[in-house]
Each structure stands twice: as C-alpha cells, then as structure tokens.
Design a protein around this ligand. Structure first.
Ligand SMILES: *Cc1c(COP(=O)(O)O)cnc(C)c1O
Length: 396
C-alpha cells in the first residue's frame, strides 16, 4: 500500500490519494508524470479542442426549459444538453481526453470498464477514431440491461468481456479491468470513466469534464447576465456533476446540489446513495464515502439506472460534502421515472434515467424558489439506452 501524504496533488482534504498495489505503482507514476507534461502542451490542447468541436459536437446548448419552468411556477429552469453530445452522453468528453493522452503516451491497447455502457461506447468510439485496440469489461448483469450499448461497442470495433464475479455490475468490472492493467501494464492504458480510482484519475477526469461547467458559465452569463442560483446534477461516480460544479466552486452564491440514486428508498438496503448513507473507507484505490457494512464489506447497491449503480463516489465530492460547499440528496427509482415522463411530455426531450434523478429533485426544490431564481440542471444523457427498462417499469 502506498499511502498518500496530505497536501499533495490528488488529495481532497482527507479524501482521495492513491491506495494501490505495488504492481501498479510504476504505471500510476508514469501516468501522473505524462499527464502533467502532455495535458498542458499546446499540441494536446489543440487536438483536444478540435475533437471536442468536430467529433463531440461542442459546445452543447444551454436550453431554457420553458414548459418545465411554467409547470413548477417557480424558478427559471435551464438544461445543459449533454444528451446532444456525440453518442448521447457526457462520457465522450473524458474518453476523448484520455484517448488522446494514451495515444501521445504511445499506448496501443486501451482497457475500460463500463456500467451503463455509455463509457464503453465512448471509449470504443475514440479508440476507433485514433486507431487503438479497445477491451471493455462489463458486468453480466449490465450486459443484460444494456444490450443495445453492447452491440454499439462491438460495432465500433471493441472487444466486450463479460464479468460474472460479485454483483456482476460496475464495481466488479472495475476489479477485472484493474487486474488486466496489472498484467499488461507496459503496452496498456486504463481509461477510467468517472472521477474515481487512484490519483491522478479523479483530477484528470474532472479536468476533461470541466468543459461542461466552463460552457455553462459562459452561456448563462450571456443569456441572464448573472450566475445561476442552483446547479443540480446526478452523481454516480460524480464526473458530470463535478464537471458542471467545478468552475463555480469559488462562486459561493451558487448552490451546488448532487443527486444520488435512492433506489427503492434510502431506508431499504436497495439504493446507491453513497454520500447520503455511506461511510468513509477505501475502494478502487481512493479514500472516499462507500456503501459498506459494519465490517467494511461493500454492500450490493441498487438503482434503476445502471450509471448510478456504484457503491463509491469521487473523492472530491466527499470533500465538497465535508466542507459543506455542496449538498447531496437522494431520489428514488419511482421519482426518477415520474420526472423522466414529465420532461418527455413537457419538453419533448427524453432524458436518461440518471439525469432524471436530478430533474426529479425539482419537485422538492422548485416550490421553495421564486421567479427570480435560476436553476441549471446537468442533462447528462439521453434516454434511448434506457427505453427497455422504462417500458418494464412504466405502462402508458
Ligand atoms: C455514466 C452516466 C452517469 C453517471 O456517471 P457520473 O460519473 O456520475 O457522471 C450519469 N449520466 C449518464 C447519462 C451516464 O451515462
């Protein structure tokens, strides 16, 4: 174990760090060095910005949800439309950044894990674009839930490996991906899909997703000539949320609210509300809040949305909770489904189940606000991937 010291990069208060086996210390060190060198170079920045523009389709719009705003009779509601990014979710921003980094590091073989399948698809796409091999680890349970995304990955040239250990979901896929990386460390790059894992991943993934918040700030200032009063985003690992929040952290008047998956209720044992109900521990190389039992064993999580079904959370969110800069709440499966239906009907936009959790929080927040308030919601992805799950849970 390699225990990180305080005040070093990758440390968010007492959270974060790099708790890794000896076998990975060389790879992590190489990544840390290369990331700080390459990511600041002009050639990397130019390539990244070009791909964000031409491949991802950025900037994504900040959309005034007029009908939702009328419905709640309270604040002005805006949606940051990551559902319009290439492949339908924010995941591509990070995949493009790390894909480019891997290419410049001379790695030809990319390993990834995926839960909802969105990160796997995004990674497969950038690997195709940059001509690299792509191996995606995915829990057997998620393969069933997300058949469409499995096919999309294969179409994009990736190899999908089914993981049937543990709960057969994301956390087990991460374990397998890490195992592969330990074995093939010299020619392989592990492309993590959220702000989790050992340093430098939480910082690096945040940096690549910060484009969401940077654009939002520019857009809202242009439209409203003031900063938003509230930012809402769903939190699985926490990448779309930190991407939106980060450029506003110093703006104390902006309230930051992360919405976790309350599953069947936070007083059942079937939820993924890590910051709301978890305890501090170490998972996948980082110190953070974790859903665990008295003995520190991971408890199987549940969410209707595969993308939020993870027992850990990015360490920077644990820190934002600790210092009370951000607030974290939970929304149940049923509440998310209702919000998904409402947004579809009122706005003509079918959100993914993950951001439907953030939309559902409007039921609680909007009645407390006035027409002077501005709320921006991170619409992290579109609902096409979830149609089967939605159909099974909601008859029309
Ligand atoms: C993966 C995913 C999430 C959850 O991941 P974060 O790292 O918490 O952002 C949220 N929304 C969508 C659409 C996703 O695909």
């Amino acid at each position: 174990m390699n225990i990180f010291e305080e005040d070093t990069p990758g440390q968010f208060g007492e959270f974060g760090g790099k708790f890794i086996p000896e076998t990975l210390s060389f790879a992590i060190e190489e990544l840390e060095n290369e990331y700080s060198k390459i990511s600041t170079s002009e050639s990397f920045q130019n390539s990244f910005n070009n791909l964000l523009k031409e491949f991802v389709g950025r900037p994504t719009p900040l959309y005034f949800a007029k009908n939702l705003s009328n419905h709640y009779k309270g604040p002005k509601i805006y949606l940051k439309r990551e559902d319009l990014a290439h492949l339908g979710a924010h995941k591509i921003n990070n995949a493009v950044g790390q894909g480019l980094l891997a290419k410049q590091m001379g790695k030809q073989r990319i390993i990834a894990e995926t839960g909802a399948g969105q990160h796997g698809v995004a990674t497969a796409a950038i690997c195709a674009r940059l001509g690299m091999d792509c191996i995606v680890y995915m829990g057997e349970e998620d393969i069933k839930r997300q058949a469409l995304n499995v096919y999309r990955m294969k179409l994009l040239g990736a190899k999908v490996v089914s993981v049937n250990t543990g709960s057969k979901t994301l956390k087990d896929a991460i374990n397998e991906a890490m195992r592969d990386w330990v074995t093939n460390v010299t020619d392989s790059y592990y492309l993590i899909g959220s702000v989790i894992g050992p340093h430098p991943y939480p910082t690096m993934v945040r940096d690549f997703q910060t484009i969401i918040g940077i654009e939002t700030k520019k857009e809202i200032l242009k439209i409203e000539n003031k900063l938003p009063d509230y930012l809402l985003a769903c939190v699985g690992g926490g990448s779309n949320a930190i991407g939106l929040f980060y450029p506003f952290i110093e703006d104390k008047e902006v309230n930051l609210i992360g919405i976790e998956a309350g599953g069947k209720g936070i007083n059942t044992n079937q939820h993924s509300a890590t910051l709301v109900k978890g305890k501090i521990g170490i998972l996948h190389g980082t110190k953070t809040y974790i859903i665990q039992d008295e003995d520190g064993q991971i408890i199987e999580t549940h969410s209707i949305s595969a993308g939020l079904d993870y027992p850990g959370v990015g360490p920077e969110h644990s820190y934002l909770k600790e210092i009370e800069r951000a607030e974290y709440v939970a929304i149940t499966d049923d509440e998310a489904l209702q919000a998904l239906a409402l947004t579809s009907k009122l706005e003509g936009i079918i959100p993914a189940l993950e951001p439907a959790h953030a939309l559902a929080y409007l039921e609680k927040l909007a009645p407390k606000l006035s027409s002077k308030d501005i709320v921006v919601i991170g619409l992290s992805g579109r609902g096409d991937k979830d149609i089967d799950t939605i159909m099974q849970n909601m008859s029309l």
